[in-house]
Design a protein around this ligand. Structure first.
Ligand code: ADE
Length: 353
């Protein structure tokens, strides 16, 4: 008998046999992902590199697998170890992150790599990992389980959805999330915690999807209360999202031969530490006012829109001619700047070109 089944009597009521069924399915159906050590390799004794596990987890927050994959290859090729990343120049890492969004992740990534390099090794427990910059409850659990085999849960939005369905969770969503977090912690099997986490990720991504869950082929359908009710896509039942506030402003495209005028945004705050085009302040009315050096009217050449976590932005793109270099700005090759810009400025630059 496998130890996952042996432990079944200790498992939460209603979930006997659940972990075993999920892991059997995972052994047959695991996705092949570049940061993953698959079930066959794990069985042969290969253990995952914590650096690759951690890097992938940070990249995958708020980002799809295909989009993160491109960046994962670029980062691991350029910085194959956490020590390499720790020794990188800030600007190089921020530029390599450009387009992935949520730039605080990149700043914390560097801080975290430097702490680990200075300490000489990774903390190998969920609680130790949790103390590192940019590592929250989910990431600490995921890295502890995937890379170090600790019996820790990795509960993100996808796992919340899967369990909201398994439980047909109808209560207040915040309270349900707390219930789910403690249930998952109880269910993690002692012998294969990493694969259990990966199996839940794969289940959420390929079968228990947000819109059309494919219950017919679900390995845990027998445990699923929402399926028994007949409408699993009703779950999770979350409070309605408020509409995002809107902000607006102007962004300046100023060229000199092959160069464009850029600034480095301050480290803290939105798009902190990223290379940027000059802009006015972004506000609800857009009445932030231009800096003294940008008083000339210029050519309004169009508009770009971008959705941030907390607001939607509409920027008017203005082309200006400028003789002097304003303080705090510099000229950079258009192609180099374009590569290093976050998406909103990539869009503005593209429009201006
Ligand atoms: N989503 C979050 N972490 C993941 C991982 N390690 N593999 C696949 N999808 C994920």
């Amino acid at each position: 008998m496998r130890s996952t089944e042996k432990a079944a009597s200790a498992v939460s009521p209603g979930f006997e046999g659940f972990a075993g069924a999920l892991l059997d399915w995972y052994a047959r159906s695991a996705r092949d992902l570049p940061w993953r050590v698959g079930p066959a390799e794990r069985a042969a004794g290969t253990t995952p590199d914590p650096y690759r596990v951690w890097l992938a987890e940070i990249m995958l927050q708020q980002t799809t697998v295909p989009h993160a994959t491109r960046y994962f290859y670029a980062f691991t090729q350029r910085w194959p170890t956490v020590e390499d990343l720790a020794a990188a120049a800030d600007g190089d890492v921020m530029a390599a992150w450009a387009g992935l969004g949520y730039y605080a992740r990149a700043r914390n990534l560097l801080k975290c790599a430097r702490e680990i390099a200075a300490a000489g090794d990774w903390p190998r427990s969920e609680s130790g990992l949790r103390k590192l910059p940019g590592i929250g409850a989910y990431t600490a659990g995921a890295v502890a389980a995937l890379a170090f085999g600790e019996r820790a849960p990795a509960v993100d939005g996808n796992v919340d959805r899967v369990f909201a369905r398994l439980l047909a969770a109808k209560g207040d969503w915040k309270a349900e999330k707390t219930r789910i977090a403690s249930l998952v912690r109880e269910l993690v099997p002692a012998d294969r915690p990493g694969e259990f986490a990966e199996a839940l990720m794969d289940l959420g991504a390929t079968i228990c999807t947000p819109k059309r869950p494919n219950c017919l082929i679900c390995p845990v359908r027998d445990w699923c209360a929402a399926r028994a009710e007949g409408e699993p896509e009703r779950y999770p039942v979350k409070p309605e999202k408020k509409a995002k506030p809107k902000r607006q402003g102007e962004v300046f495209a100023i060229f000199r031969e092959m160069d464009v005028l850029v600034e480095r945004r301050p480290d803290s705050g939105l798009l902190g530490g990223m290379l940027a085009l000059p802009t006015t302040e972004w506000s609800e009315s857009g009445a932030g006012g231009r800096p003294e050096w940008a008083k000339e009217k210029g050519d309004e050449i169009g508009e770009v829109r971008h959705v941030f976590t907390h607001f939607e932005l509409r920027l008017t793109v203005v082309c200006l001619d400028l003789e002097d270099t304003p303080e705090g700005f510099e000229w950079m090759r258009v192609s180099k700047a374009g590569d290093a810009f976050p998406s909103v400025f990539k869009k503005a630059l593209k429009l201006a070109l």
